[in-house]
Design a protein around this ligand. Structure first.
Ligand SMILES: [Zn+2]
Length: 68
């Protein structure tokens, strides 16, 4: 298989709540884009932890995000 076929595999961004905030939280979000993952994670922390994501937290989340 030519290499470009391998590279076309869809990548996703994964973010674990435990990596950014509550260490005991099992929540993991996965999305095709970083912005989508950030948005979903923001909704989660707002609904579950009653926390509004600040620009500093968003930056921390970007750094904690894994490509899967
Ligand atoms: Zn959480």
């Amino acid at each position: 298989m030519p290499p470009y076929e391998v590279n076309r595999k869809v990548m996703a961004f994964q973010l674990a709540c435990a990596d950014t905030g509550d260490k005991t939280c099992p929540f993991v979000v996965r999305a095709e884009t970083m912005e989508e993952a950030l948005k979903l994670a923001g909704e989660h922390v707002k609904a579950t932890h009653k926390v509004i994501v600040t620009p500093q937290m968003a930056e921390q989340m970007r750094r904690a995000m894994k490509r899967v």
